[in-house]
Design a protein around this ligand. Structure first.
Ligand code: ARG
Length: 572
């Protein structure tokens, strides 16, 4: 793909002004207002270097580089060199590139040969997979796809919460009030009711808590009866989780959860001891992080059982040894900030320099409209599966109203309903708390998933109305691009051009919302083009040029939706 920054950087660098080519390239900006050009080069840094007024340098550079056929004009305004790209030139380069590359447009190989681990979703078994889990699940999935687009080898890990004292509680509750029959019918709802009941009863009878602790110790020791029950809980839970992953089209490279690390714990404790990091506190083993303002990291309880933090230390070491990652990413709620800070500090104190490559990617809380925060303990829960099913059903109702004869309505309602929920999750700046709202999610006009998908379907429909010969001609790329130099076409083409750098930006920031925002801009820009310009005009050359832009836009929207984990239906 032609890179205007490179062209400008090469030209300015060849003037030998005392900056390296990369320094020159880094200074180039995109002006906030279109009248200031498409790219701008501020001369302040050069002014320091050359001890000359920046305006004079800018005027000099403008005069010297204006003679390039990639540019319409080059102007000096104050200390800036403003570059206006040639509209036919950018149209030709961008559209041909996109229509050439098709479904791979936006991808690069800058990460080739390097591994990235992404720990995401990671629900706790025997507990509901609820609306609170959706953020880690879809943000993590999109981060995987963005890094794959950059050529990295990505290992998506579902670090299942399948270990810990809560299983002691489940075991006790199951023995006291459980029935196999209910469990088979509705595993998680049933397990959840035991869990809620356990907490109610334990408030009245604290001896239950002791019983639960004992059950867990027996489980950790591998006692057959406890292990069997635990396996049952895990299997049933996974079956339910998988229903949701299937709906979302999400897969994992590994399901190694917390229990996978239980036999690796003793070695970690030994290592912490030999490095002099462990100390005893009220019978428990801790790493004292007081001097870093991080309190104490609990490593082992007084009864000898391990903790979430201990397992995360073992996990990180295992992942480094197994995958030799360049990044080890954890997409986990900001409520766990302290846990991850402590964990990173412990790894650092253990002397692991790769601790700097371990990254916690936090996100804010999701709440319901009545303002209540979701809580498993109180049994106030909205199941993710129900939310997704509801979204599909509501979408189908809307479609039946608008367009009842549409073929394959169930498939489309699935793609749009799920896409709506996923897009909404990814539209919010991830760190912000937000309130889940049905009307916003399913809006076909606002800045939503259905709106972007609808734009894709609209572009597809335009292409369906072209003849096969016309479509063929569009693909050969022999077009008169001067028909695409109007304001709306030009804005759209610039947005399509920027997609590869937006993908890099989104992955650098672990922030899919950078891409959802850009995608909404593309959709709005395309719809403006669609309304302002007649596409299927009589003039054949003009029609072919415009169809080639429609085709490129359709490809880009589909590709970007795929990086977010969303399908792009041909019709809506
Ligand atoms: N199971 C945990 C929870 O639901 C999230 C685990 C995240 N991953 C990790 N390696 N700690 O809160």
């Amino acid at each position: 793909m032609i890179d205007y920054r490179d062209i400008i950087a090469d030209l300015i660098f060849s003037e030998n002004l005392g900056l390296s080519r990369d320094e020159v390239r880094d200074i180039i900006e995109i002006p906030t207002e279109e009248r200031m050009g498409d790219f701008a080069f501020p001369c302040f840094k050069l002014a320091k270097e050359l001890r000359k007024a920046p305006q004079m340098i800018a005027a000099d550079i403008a005069a010297k580089i204006s003679d390039c056929d990639a540019f319409e004009k080059v102007e000096q305004v104050n200390a800036y060199v403003n570059v206006f790209v040639n509209r036919s030139h950018i149209a030709e380069n961008v559209i041909e590139e996109i229509n050439d590359q098709g479904s791979t447009y936006g991808q690069t190989d800058i990460g080739a040969g390097r591994n990235i681990v992404v720990d995401f979703s990671s629900p706790n078994i025997a507990k509901p997979f609820h609306i609170g889990h959706i953020r880690s699940t879809v943000i993590g999935n999109s981060i995987c796809k963005l890094y794959k687009a950059l050529g990295y080898n990505v290992i998506g890990v579902n670090h299942l919460g399948d270990y810990g004292t809560q299983f002691g509680k489940m075991i006790v509750a199951y023995r006291k009030w459980g029935s196999e029959e209910d469990l088979v019918k509705e595993p998680i709802k049933t397990l959840l009711s035991y869990y809620t009941k356990f907490h109610e009863e334990a408030e009245k009878d604290p001896a239950l808590d002791d019983e639960a602790r004992e059950a867990f110790v027996r489980l950790e020791a591998g006692e057959e009866e406890e292990v069997k029950l635990w396996e049952k809980f895990r299997e049933y839970s996974l079956e339910e989780f998988n229903k949701v992953y299937k709906m979302l089209g999400i897969t994992f490279e590994s399901y190694a959860g917390e229990s996978f690390y239980s036999d690796k714990i003793p070695a970690v404790i030994e290592e912490l001891k030999s490095k002099g990091l462990i100390k005893e506190s009220q019978g428990a083993q801790i790493v004292d992080l007081e001097e870093y303002d991080l309190g104490a990291a609990m490593i082992m309880k007084s009864d000898g059982s391990s903790l979430y933090a201990t397992r995360d230390i073992a996990t990180a070491i295992y992942r480094k040894n197994t995958y030799d990652f360049v990044k080890n990413i954890y997409v986990v709620a900001s409520q766990q900030n302290l846990h991850f800070k402590q964990w990173k500090m412990v790894l650092k104190l253990m002397g692991y320099e790769w601790e700097k490559d371990c990254i916690h990617v936090p996100f804010g809380l999701i709440s319901l409209e009545d303002g209540e925060i979701l809580s498993t303990r109180k049994g106030k829960v909205i199941f993710l599966e129900d939310v997704l099913n509801n979204a599909v059903k509501k979408t189908k109702d809307i479609m039946l109203e608008k367009n009842p004869n549409i073929p394959e309505i169930d498939n489309i309602a699935h793609d749009v309903g799920i896409g709506a929920v996923v897009f909404q999750e990814l539209s919010n700046n991830r760190i912000k708390d937000y309130v889940f709202n049905w009307d916003k999610v399913l809006n076909f006009d606002g800045e939503t998933g259905p709106y972007v998908q609808y734009t894709h379907a609209r572009a597809s429909s335009v292409l369906r109305n072209a003849s096969p010969e016309e479509l063929n001609e569009t693909k050969t790329g022999i077009c008169d691009y001067s028909y695409l130099t109007g304001e709306t076409a030009f804005s759209l083409i610039k947005l399509l051009y920027r997609v590869p750098e937006v993908i890099i930006d989104a992955s650098d920031k672990y922030e899919p919302s950078v891409l959802t925002r850009h995608l909404v801009d593309i959709a709005q820009s395309f719809n403006k083009f669609y309304h302002d310009e007649h596409i299927l005009v009589d003039n054949r050359d003009e029609k072919i040029a415009k169809l080639s832009l429609v085709m490129a836009t359709k490809t880009v929207i589909a590709n970007c939706l795929a990086f977010l984990g969303i399908n792009a239906p041909e019709r809506m």
